[in-house]
Design a protein around this ligand. Structure first.
Ligand SMILES: Cc1ncc(COP(=O)(O)O)c(C=O)c1O
Length: 403
């Protein structure tokens, strides 16, 4: 096996010869050995190692790994039926849509398989909504991440995701760089929609300032465009509210979510009110797998836990984690620059590349993630508790001592 080593024992390019032979070279994988099982906040490997998962499959495993409610729901569904397609009524899909509507306050739902598919659908919906007016422009906010498909890439600005893939959608783009002043210059009567991630996840857990949101609403009143909130990473309870936009006074017209909503199975959703949703008529938009019965069964288990008080737990437990991180920041002010985020969507900005700390944490059997080069990203499962935090902080402390 060819490996690139940064520290003894941890391979940053550990693709086996078999993997290298068969896969597109899109991922740099981190070696944690062969995973044999995962439960709650832990992942177990063949060698008997136990890893604390502070990234939850990139924000997906809301209830942790193999939560009994998710397992039961999927097991029960799999013996009834797995897939009927969207041409037939599926009770589990209707139940999930009703619960999502009840918890979110949005009356209309369209299920997708992924985040980027939800973004594409939302951008199409905005254009369709204004199809009889001369409003076609789609605008994103600098430093955001909305996915890897062409609509999403067209409203992003980071070269890392876009370079070499152009040309992108006409009449789409991003504020470069984002500021209230640029927003005022960029939007016009031609604008159909502005898409915004109120806490930019891939961008490094960057919170959009409230005055920017206020300017956005002022300009919306003037020009009449739609606001799309990308809650794919920040939604479904991750920040301690059902949607993160509630922390910032943003009142979107369309919301997209994914990741946590499927509790580990591929699921996303577009939400809107009745008027906006009615721009789509039968046959105008669709998906084969979106809203698949198994994914909906898992999603129903996630939303039921949220309905039954999980949000309170997220608030209490995340407050504890964040307070412990602030103590580490005070102790290691030469290494930690800033703690950002809300609830269980946290960025620890370091004064050096975060990869080194990430690798050192992996050696201590702690799984985190790096974004924006210097930011250690923490997206623990929403069931993360005091004991998990204590383990994480103690290992993080010992890694920081050695830096
Ligand atoms: C804010 C945001 N939007 C969109 C996406 C794309 O979602 P997916 O990878 O499911 O297509 C992501 C994924 O990380 C995301 O964080």
């Amino acid at each position: 096996m060819e490996e690139t080593m940064t520290r003894p024992g941890i391979a940053i390019d550990s693709l086996s010869d078999r993997e290298k032979k068969v896969f597109f070279p899109t991922y740099e994988r981190f070696s944690i050995g062969k995973v044999v099982s995962a439960s709650g906040s832990y992942i177990y490997t063949e060698n008997g190692d136990k890893y604390l998962d502070v990234i939850a499959g990139l924000g997906v495993n809301a209830l942790g790994h193999s939560h009994p409610a998710v397992v039961k729901a999927v097991q029960e569904q799999v013996v009834s039926y797995m897939h009927l397609s969207n041409l037939y009524l599926q009770d589990v899909q209707v139940e999930l849509a009703e619960k999502l509507s009840q918890l979110s306050g949005w009356s209309k739902v369209f299920f997708t398989n992924s985040g980027t598919e939800a973004v594409e659908g939302a951008l199409k919906l905005a254009r369709k909504y204004f199809s009889s007016a001369d409003k076609t422009e789609l605008i994103g906010v600098s430093n955001a991440f909305h996915g890897r498909t062409y609509g999403a890439l067209s409203v992003m600005d980071k070269g890392k995701y876009r370079d070499g893939f152009g040309p992108f959608l006409e009449e789409a783009g991003s504020l470069i760089p984002y500021s209230e002043e640029n927003l005022q210059k960029r939007v016009s009567a031609k604008t159909a929609a502005v898409i915004i991630e109120v806490i930019q996840g891939e961008g490094g857990i960057v919170e959009i300032p409230v005055p920017f949101v206020e300017t956005l609403h002022r300009l919306q009143n003037k020009f009449g465009f739609l606001i799309i909130a990308d809650e794919i990473q920040s939604g479904i309870g991750r920040t301690g509210k059902f949607f993160a936009y509630d922390h910032y006074g943003l009142q979107p017209d369309i919301v997209v979510c994914a990741k946590a909503i499927g509790g580990g199975l591929p699921l996303g959703a577009i939400l809107s009110n009745e008027t906006v949703a009615s721009a789509f008529k039968p046959g105008m938009h669709g998906t084969t797998f979106g809203g698949n019965a198994l994914a909906c069964a898992a999603g129903l288990a996630v939303l039921t836990e949220l309905e039954n008080g999980l949000l309170d737990q997220v608030n209490t437990e995340s407050e504890y984690l964040i307070s412990r991180l602030y103590k580490l920041k005070a102790k290691y002010s030469e290494t930690i620059k800033e703690i950002r985020g809300k609830g269980f969507m946290i960025g620890v900005e370091l004064l050096k590349p975060a990869k080194e700390i990430h690798i050192a944490l992996l050696e201590k059997k702690i799984i985190t993630n790096v974004t924006a080069n210097t930011v250690l990203r923490l997206l623990p499962p929403l069931i993360f508790n005091h004991e998990n935090t204590d383990t994480f902080i103690s290992e993080f402390d010992s890694v920081l001592t050695g830096v």
